[in-house]
Design a binder for this molecule. Structure first.
Ligand SMILES: Nc1ncnc2c1ncn2[C@@H]1O[C@H](COP(=O)(O)OP(=O)(O)OP(=O)(O)O)[C@@H](O)[C@H]1O
Ligand SMILES: [Mg+2]
Length: 254
């Protein structure tokens, strides 16, 4: 078992009387990729924002390297569901925006490398409105990685993309991880995406969210088309799906 980088310990979040997240506990290991899977409205964004230190828990604790996260931390990068680029700034100025806020010095060599890695070299001067959704999302990932976070949190980063672009983006994240080994936790609605990218998959129950099951994904990387078409992957997909639907539609006689 690898050592925990980020620990979610008994996380509860209520908005007034409404409990969005209830006693949620799991950890994200150092250099691990964890997918968080759960039905709409079960508190996934609420959980991720807490992990990023963007809002306070009602009870419980988030710890980074054993230290409670009580506010935004430079070690933790966040990619939102929407790319959230500033429409009046070109790509380069968008990527540099967080540096203007923190006063940190950008590593121009790293930014150029990341842009190249995601296929956006030459688009530095482009305005977000002239880029496709996938290109904007890639730029948002570059913006987050340019900060050299130890932990990258992503909230359904590819949810709005078509299946083809999504697969391409999944491979890109795998490539980037194989290069930098950044600890990653991401939210997704897609079992396939979770199985392709994650070392472990945390499945949350419906509202209020709590951990229903954690699946290990013991597959080598890079996860080739052959691996993803294997019996093992088929069975894992089926097991996760059965856990989510409660096996109601299995059609099997008891
Ligand atoms: N600021 C808020 N005030 C009150 N209720 C909120 C607030 N933010 C979220 N909620 C409620 O908490 C619950 C969980 O919301 P959250 O956005 O975390 O769900 P989610 O799992 O990310 O959903 P989705 O998959 O649709 O993105 C929802 O019922 C939502 O209405
Ligand atoms: Mg959400």
């Amino acid at each position: 078992m690898r050592s925990a980088k980020l620990e979610i310990d008994g996380a509860v979040k209520a908005y007034g009387d409404f409990v969005a997240l209830s006693d949620c506990s799991f950890s994200v290991g150092r250099n691990e990729i964890v997918a968080i899977l759960g039905p709409s409205g079960c508190g996934k964004t609420t959980l991720l924002w807490s992990m990023a230190g963007l809002h306070e828990l009602t009870s419980g604790e988030i710890r980074l390297d054993g230290v409670p996260v009580t506010g935004p931390r430079p070690e933790i990068g966040l990619v939102f569901q929407e790319a959230n680029l500033l429409p009046w700034r070109d790509l380069d100025a968008n990527i540099h925006f967080p540096f203007e806020i923190t006063g940190k010095r950008p590593d121009h060599g790293l930014i150029a490398h990341l842009l190249d890695r995601v296929g956006l070299s030459g688009f530095e001067g482009a305005m977000p409105g002239t880029l496709s959704g996938g290109m904007q999302q890639r730029a948002a990932i570059v913006r987050a990685l340019a900060q050299e976070p130890q932990v990258l949190l992503m909230d359904e980063p590819f949810g709005a993309l078509d299946a083809f672009t999504r697969e391409e983006m999944n491979r890109l994240v795998e490539d980037i991880w194989m290069e930098a080994r950044t600890t990653i936790a991401f939210i997704t609605h897609s079992i396939e995406e979770a199985v392709f990218l994650a070392d472990r998959i945390v499945v949350l129950t419906g509202r209020p969210g709590r951990v229903s099951r954690i699946h290990e994904v013991d597959l080598p990387r890079p996860r080739t088309t052959e691996i993803m078409a294997s019996r093992e992957v088929f069975d894992l997909n089926a097991a996760i799906k059965a856990g989510i639907t409660g096996g109601h539609r299995s059609g099997k006689a008891a």
